[in-house]
Design a protein around this ligand. Structure first.
Ligand code: FAQ
Length: 330
């Protein structure tokens, strides 16, 4: 299935018990796995799935915010939003490159996104009808992304771990600009404050769903934790995000749309918030392609891919010609 000839494409290794034990010992000793190292086929497959999904999320994630670039209320906001959306595009590129080191091509990954066989984050299937949505995305979506991605800087696969370092630095800036935007709205007039509250009401639950299914329903967590791809489970990260975000909402006078949210002194070691039931039916509906914006998102990505065909053709023709000239000159 995966392209031969790319680095990391050697899948010939015989997976004897001895090989699997040696691989696990290397993981346990915190030695990074690099592209040309032998690795179990399932480890490679998990990473291609996860990094590919992550790359697609960054690229599709440009769309909801891109919707507001031409309508940002001030030049300062426009510059920040442009930079943020551009950063997300850059993250997608580092991540596609990291996945390519495992022997999958960019074309294959794109094809899988467009035909629906590869996923991207559920969160980007919600619309952005008001300017406050831009604040809510930065604050909550980037906030959730950081909580999930800081541990990925210690992922056992070297190229993914290294790509995540820069991504996390940029996501931190995104989170701050989103929170500052929300704070500014809450300090404005009644309509502006209401706009911020309405955006928080719509983005809160989808943001906590972003961490994925609960640990009892997560298919991949156990194995990914053993391989030190994931360092925390979905529920552990979700809890950390909620505990960090509730005080931030209080500080700017916003109310979280969950009547069951309550500090519980006895939760975990240092206490934590109890929270209400997550609507998993909604989550799976969105993941399976039936959210409010799924069709629009894929349509936009397909158009971008089709419109860019001439650029790829021209770049390939140029590379081919240079190669030909070099071989003639040799
Ligand atoms: N949406 O067994 P698990 C961002 C799928 S980047 C859709 O728990 P796993 C930056 C999952 O793929 C956001 N599908 O899976 C930004 C699996 O299906 P599969 C993206 C989801 O991999 C900000 C099935 O459910 N971040 O926001 C979701 O162990 C602002 C069972 O799940 C990453 O990708 C979901 N939310 O854990 C950009 C980080 N959750 O593949 C623009 C890296 C689960 O078997 C603007 N990824 N599924 O068909 C991860 O950490 C993990 O892959 C999880 C899922 C935690 C997402």
């Amino acid at each position: 299935m995966y392209s031969q000839g790319l680095i990391g494409a050697n899948t010939e290794t015989k997976e004897t018990q001895e090989f699997l034990d040696a691989f696990q010992a290397r993981i346990d000793a915190e030695i990074k796995i690099e592209p040309n190292d032998p690795m179990p086929a399932a480890y490679r497959k998990t990473l291609i799935r996860m990094i590919g999904q992550h790359a697609h999320s960054e690229i599709v994630g440009m769309l909801p915010e891109g919707n507001w670039i031409t309508r940002a209320p001030t030049l300062r906001r426009k510059v920040a939003l442009l930079a943020k959306v551009q950063d997300e595009g850059g993250h997608g590129l580092y991540l596609y490159s990291a996945a390519e080191t495992l022997g999958v091509s960019r074309e294959q990954m794109t094809e899988e996104l467009l035909n629906g066989s590869a996923k991207y984050s559920s969160i980007f299937n919600y619309p952005t009808p008001t300017w406050a949505d831009i604040g809510a995305i930065g604050w909550l979506v980037d906030g959730a992304a950081i909580m999930n991605q800081v541990p990925l800087c210690r992922c056992s696969y070297g190229p993914y771990a290294r790509a995540m370092i820069r991504v996390c630095k940029e996501e931190s800036f995104h989170q701050r600009q989103g929170y500052e935007l929300m704070k500014t709205l809450t300090e404005g007039n009644e309509d502006q404050k209401q706009m911020a509250q309405d955006a928080l009401n719509r983005w809160w639950w989808p943001s906590i769903m972003m961490f994925g299914p609960s640990d009892t329903d997560s298919q991949h967590s156990d194995q990914s934790m053993k391989w030190k791809i994931k360092r925390f489970t979905n529920d552990e990260l979700r809890q950390k995000f909620i505990d960090a975000t509730v005080p931030q909402a209080k500080l700017i006078g916003l109310t979280l749309p969950d009547p069951d949210l309550k500090w519980n002194e006895n939760k975990n070691e240092d206490g934590g918030y109890d929270f209400g039931e997550i609507n998993w039916d909604e989550f799976w509906k969105v993941v399976k392609g039936h959210g409010m914006m799924n069709k629009d998102r894929i349509r936009a990505r397909k158009k971008a891919w089709d419109d860019g065909a001439w650029v790829r053709d021209a770049a390939l023709a140029y590379a081919k010609k240079s190669e030909q000239q070099n071989s003639e000159a040799a």
